[in-house]
Design a protein around this ligand. Structure first.
Ligand SMILES: NC(=O)c1ccc[n+]([C@@H]2O[C@H](COP(=O)([O-])OP(=O)(O)OC[C@H]3O[C@@H](n4cnc5c(N)ncnc54)[C@H](O)[C@@H]3O)[C@@H](O)[C@H]2O)c1
Length: 98
């Protein structure tokens, strides 16, 4: 199967690096995050995570049109062939993974 579009939900340490690297490899990637300010910053190419070359990869992805940041995870997932969930895993009652 040819992968046409990837969705990444959560643009923290895991999601942003995953999305930026997949875009650099040539995939079309839509990253979704509920944090409006983070999405706005990433759309401007502003990266607040310390990873070598990450700001450059994000900039390249934005400029190429292969990397996009949105707030609506449902829309990102609906059009995707592959979905990466890069979200916090809060504990449920009793401390077990929710
Ligand atoms: N960072 C690591 O080194 C590491 C290593 C192993 C596993 N993990 C796991 O990977 C997952 C992600 O970790 P991280 O470090 O990237 O977390 P993070 O806190 O840096 O990023 C999580 C992002 O998800 C967003 N988010 C939260 N709820 C959301 C929702 N409902 N829809 C869309 N976006 C939402 C937050 O705004 C945030 O930007 C966690 O489950 C973590 O335990 C992380």
């Amino acid at each position: 199967m040819q992968i046409r579009r990837v969705a990444v939900v959560g643009t923290g340490y895991v999601g942003l690096t995953t999305g930026a690297c997949l875009a650099a490899l040539g995939h079309r990637v839509v990253c979704a995050d509920t944090d409006r300010h983070k999405v706005e910053r990433l759309r401007r190419g502003e990266v607040d995570i310390l990873e070598p070359r990450l700001p450059e990869l994000v900039r390249e992805g934005l400029d190429s049109g292969r990397l996009e940041f949105i707030r609506d995870a449902r829309a990102a997932v609906a059009a995707a062939d592959v979905v990466f969930l890069c979200l916090p895993t809060p504990m449920g009652v009793g401390g077990a993974a929710d």
